[in-house]
Design a protein around this ligand. Structure first.
Ligand code: SF4
Length: 244
């Protein structure tokens, strides 16, 4: 496969939450969503990223091979939205698979239609963020429609691909019982979801919104209480999901 240039925001090594084992995480720039709670608003615009050669990145990834083998890890392509730069993503994943490295992408699924089956076959694990269930809430949280994410989730099930589901609990925004139960029932109905992460909202990205002169709508929102987080986790467990 030929080299391709892509817009990369940053790279992090040693991540432990974005997939199994120790991860080399590549944050790509560009995302069509505008999530109110985004931790990385500086990744939303593609051209803010640094033009990078996929081959150069793969050379760096290759130096971590023994570390992946010992730690059971691999690469996770995050963002931004990794599916926003399909051809760059394809070369990265292809190169990683050539080296026998485990591959994961962290996606909202909104651009799932852009991914052909060959690309999907290069991905071992999908971190799929189902940001809400009630269509109006989904739109309010992300600025886009929910349908493409649901279609993508069903397609991954059909293809038998492993998925870890994700849901961010934001008091006053995503915590309505109908919304939580809808996500839990939908994800629980899929037979390819091996783990579900219910993530409490936090404000770690707030300063980035301010730095970028963008208005942050959750200034007055606090993280969920431990009780409410435990309650929502139970709603997911009741659907037979392996909740973390
Ligand atoms: S999908 Fe992710 S990167 Fe895109 S706006 Fe939402 S939280 Fe931010």
């Amino acid at each position: 496969m030929e080299d391709v240039m892509g817009y990369v925001h940053s790279v992090e090594t040693g991540g432990t939450v974005d997939g199994p084992g120790l991860r080399y995480i590549i944050f790509l720039s560009g995302c069509p969503l505008r999530c109110q709670y985004c931790h990385n608003p500086d990744t939303m615009k593609m051209k803010r990223g640094k033009m990078t050669s996929a081959y150069e990145l793969l050379k760096d990834i290759a130096t971590y091979r023994s570390y992946f083998e010992q730690g059971g890890g691999g690469i996770t392509v995050s963002g931004g939205e990794p599916l926003a730069q399909i051809e760059f993503l394809r070369v990265l994943l292809w190169g990683a698979k050539q080296m026998g490295i485990h591959t994961t992408i962290d996606t909202s699924g909104y651009l799932g239609k852009k991914a052909d089956d060959e690309l999907i076959d290069l991905i071992d694990l999908f971190l799929l963020d189902v940001k809400s269930w009630v269509p109006e809430t989904y739109k309010n949280v992300t600025g886009v429609e929910i349908a493409p994410t649901l279609e993508f989730a069903k397609r991954l099930q059909k293809m038998g691909k492993e998925v870890w589901g994700r849901f961010v609990l934001v008091p006053g925004l995503t915590d309505a019982p109908e919304n939580v139960e809808g996500v839990a029932k939908f994800v629980g109905s899929l037979d390819n979801v091996s783990r579900m992460d219910v993530l409490p909202f936090h404000k770690m990205g707030e300063h980035k919104w301010q730095q970028m002169g963008m208005s942050y709508q959750l200034n007055n929102t606090e993280p969920p209480t431990p009780e409410s987080l435990a309650h929502v986790q139970q709603v997911f467990k009741d659907q037979g999901l392996n909740v973390h």
